[in-house]
Unconditional design. Structure first.
Length: 171
C-alpha cells in the first residue's frame, strides 16, 4: 500500500542514502514556502481571508483531489484500486428522509409562541445585554447561557446578526 499510494515504487531504491526522501522533503518545503509567500502578497492571513483566498484554495484543491481519485490517476487502495468485488455490490440503498407531520410542526410553533409569550418582558433586556457583551468582546458564551433561558434561537441569532453582521458567501 505504501509503495502504491506514496509513489516510492517509482524509485529503484527509495531510501538510497535518503537522497529520494531528501528530495521529496525539499519539494514539500518549497511548496509550503511558496504558499506562505502567496499569503504574504495578499496582506497576510487576514488580508487573504478578506479576499476568501484560503477558502477558494481549499475548494480548488479538494476538487482536484476528488477528480484525480475518481479518474484513478491518484490510486488509493480499497477506494479506487484493489476493491473487494462484494463491497461494491453491498452498497446501501438511499433511505427516504423523515418529515414532520403538519400536526408536529404546528405543535412546535405553538410551543415557541408560548415560550416567547411567557418571557416577553425579559427577552428584550436579555438580548440587549448579549449585544453589549458581544460588542465589548466580553464572555459571549456566559451571556448566551443566560439569554437562552428567555429567548429563542431565532431571536438570539437576529440580535447577534445586528451587532456582527451576516456572512455572505461570495460566488
Amino acid at each position: 500500500m505504501i509503495n502504491r499510494e506514496l509513489g516510492t515504487a517509482k524509485s529503484e531504491n527509495a531510501l538510497q542514502g535518503s537522497h529520494y526522501i531528501d528530495e521529496m522533503t525539499d519539494r514539500v518545503e518549497e511548496a509550503v514556502l511558496q504558499e506562505f509567500e502567496r499569503l504574504s502578497d495578499r496582506g497576510g492571513v487576514l488580508g487573504a481571508m478578506e479576499t476568501l483566498y484560503q477558502r477558494g484554495k481549499i475548494q480548488d484543491e479538494s476538487l482536484h483531489y476528488e477528480s484525480m481519485k475518481h479518474s484513478g490517476e491518484l490510486p488509493i487502495v480499497g477506494v479506487n484500486t484493489f476493491q473487494a468485488p462484494e463491497a461494491v455490490a453491498a452498497a446501501p440503498e438511499p433511505t427516504e428522509l423523515m418529515r414532520s407531520s403538519v400536526a408536529e410542526k404546528d405543535a412546535r410553533l405553538s410551543s415557541l409562541a408560548a415560550f416567547q409569550s411567557c418571557w416577553s418582558l425579559e427577552t428584550e433586556p436579555a438580548l440587549e445585554r448579549l449585544k453589549r457583551v458581544a460588542l465589548a468582546d466580553g464572555n459571549v458564551f456566559e451571556e448566551l447561557m443566560e439569554t437562552v433561558q428567555v429567548a429563542s434561537l431565532g431571536q438570539i441569532t437576529e440580535a447577534l446578526f445586528a451587532v456582527g453582521g451576516r456572512y455572505r458567501r461570495s460566488m
